[in-house]
Design a protein around this ligand. Structure first.
Ligand SMILES: [Zn+2]
Length: 506
């Protein structure tokens, strides 16, 4: 026999597609030709596979070898095809009877010594195999736990090409995945640990309930980071589809925690202000790595000291914030990753980062405006909640010890508010107040009575609030009413929303 094929899976973005690896061996000058839209990593598979085959004690067929990866139109990224290529090649040369691999998806990168190395993205690959009706997969041992997360597929693992060859040739056993240890995700730090800071706590609760992006402005010591880190603990657990999507993204990034389980808690990502554009939005050679904005998909992206991020970095976040996806253009075809995240910006009010209104800060009003001005445009424009926080005073700290509400208590209110909003907007295909278009809220049947919006319209007329700001206040007022269990915002809700928008005390 001089022809053989083995099943594999290729990833485009976070979506897997079944790929057939064909090997054809013909007489002629020894050579290896790979066709079917391979990328650089796949071209290099030739050398890896040859070394691995020889170093596993197998004979390298000195013939003209054609490797074809089907469907040809699907771009192929990365090195997960190595093991399937080696198997198809040994099958085609007559060295291996491939019957035991019929209908089996084979995944793994080969080291030159014949070891099988873990690859990124095994979870969405196995999920795609399951969707295509495949019942058995063989993966690298380092990926066995995450592969076993997908129900309905029998997972076996290999550590070396030699083990795969022995299995095919004489039925030697493969490695079983580790027994699942379903340790629940840690919920993260709790809101009960934040003393005082009533405004900050309230702003966080409103942001969580309505899905609003939030900016926390204030000097060091105001607890901005403490608050931001606790936002995920107020959000509901991810449902099955979202959990699979989030876990798949972390799998593609190679960042899954050990143990093999779906990520159920909304993720939290806090890139440093020196982060590069690729680390924020994704990139890299081979299978593109999702960036922080995709790793924060269905969770929270926290930009601390936001004005310190490069202009390019802030600009690059515009697209994902607008449409919830990030498109990476690359040779051989673009890649898209989901990136629907809730943004938390934190900023000092001025570049010197000393307490404001204090003798320490000598920044001019112009310097202060310029500093926050770096955020305007792409980011600040999309943010509903903007609060100015003051450092917590000792008295406030002492008074509130022990009686701060826990994350669980607040999360219960948030969940109820989200249910109310989801029911109200179901007909519009929206779930969160932050997703509802401004003009829609200004028209019947959702327009609020003149009496309720009087103060707000006054601010619009006097120019102290923009038209956009008007819409944002209305959206937040709906969230505040939802949190209070009422079906319409009233004057007080609008007043509080203005406070959460402008940072002014009520
Ligand atoms: Zn200053």
């Amino acid at each position: 026999m001089s022809y053989a094929k083995v099943l594999c899976v290729g990833l485009v973005g976070v979506t897997g597609h079944l790929v057939e690896v064909e090997a054809d061996l013909a007489a002629g000058l020894p050579a290896v030709v790979i066709s079917g839209l391979p990328d650089t990593a796949l071209h290099e598979a030739r050398d890896r596979v040859r070394a691995a085959v020889v170093n596993s004690g197998q004979r390298w067929p000195n013939r003209r070898i054609t490797l074809n990866l089907l469907p040809a139109t699907l771009p192929k990224f990365g090195s997960a095809f190595d093991l399937a290529i080696a198997a198809a090649l040994l099958g085609g040369s007559g060295e291996l009877p491939l019957l035991p691999l019929e209908g089996v998806v084979v995944l793994g990168e080969l080291g030159l010594d014949g070891t099988v190395r873990p690859v990124r993205g095994v979870l969405p690959m196995v999920a795609a195999a399951a969707r295509a009706g495949v019942e058995r997969v063989i993966v690298p041992t380092g990926n066995a736990a995450e592969a076993a997360v997908i129900p309905g597929v029998r997972v076996r693992a290999v550590d070396t090409l030699h083990r795969l060859v022995s299995f095919v040739r004489d039925g030697s056993p493969l490695i079983e995945p580790p027994p699942d240890a379903p340790a629940p995700d840690p919920v993260g730090p709790d809101l009960a640990e934040v003393a005082g800071q009533e405004l900050g706590r309230r702003a966080l609760e409103v942001a969580a309930a309505g899905g609003h992006h939030i900016a926390l402005l204030g000097p060091p010591g105001a607890g901005k980071t403490m608050l931001a880190e606790r936002l995920p603990s107020l959000l509901p657990e991810l449902d099955d589809d979202a959990a699979l999507e989030v876990t798949a993204l972390h799998s593609v990034a190679g960042l899954l925690p050990p143990g093999g389980r779906l990520l159920r808690r909304p993720p939290f990502q806090a890139p440093h202000h020196t982060a590069t554009v690729p680390s924020l939005v994704g990139g890299g050679s081979g299978l593109a790595r999702p960036g922080a904005v995709s790793l924060a998909h269905r969770g929270v992206l926290f930009l601390d000291e936001a004005p310190e991020f490069s202009k390019g970095a802030l600009e690059a976040l515009r697209q994902p914030l607008e449409n919830g996806r990030i498109h990476l253009s690359r040779s051989g075809g673009g890649t898209e990753y989901p990136a629907r995240t809730q943004l938390v910006l934190a900023a000092n009010p001025c570049p010197c980062a000393k307490p404001s209104g204090d003798a320490y800060c000598e920044c001019s009003p112009l310097a202060r405006r310029r500093y926050l001005g770096r955020l305007s445009g792409p980011l600040l424009d999309r943010i509903d909640v903007q609060v100015r926080l003051m450092p917590v005073r000792a008295a406030e700290l002492m008074a509130s010890v022990g009686d701060a509400e826990s994350s669980a208590t607040v999360a219960a209110r948030v969940a109820a508010a989200r249910r109310a909003a989801a029911t109200r907007w179901a007909g519009l295909g929206r779930r969160l107040n932050a997703e509802v278009d401004g003009p829609l809220l200004r028209r019947p049947p959702w327009r609020l009575p003149a009496l309720v919006t009087a103060e707000l319209r006054g601010r619009l007329d006097s120019g102290s609030l923009s038209a956009r700001g008007f819409d944002r206040v209305i959206r937040m007022a709906w969230t505040i009413a939802d949190l209070d269990g009422r079906d319409r915002p009233d004057r007080e809700d609008v007043r509080e929303a203005i406070q959460l928008r402008t940072g002014e005390a009520a």
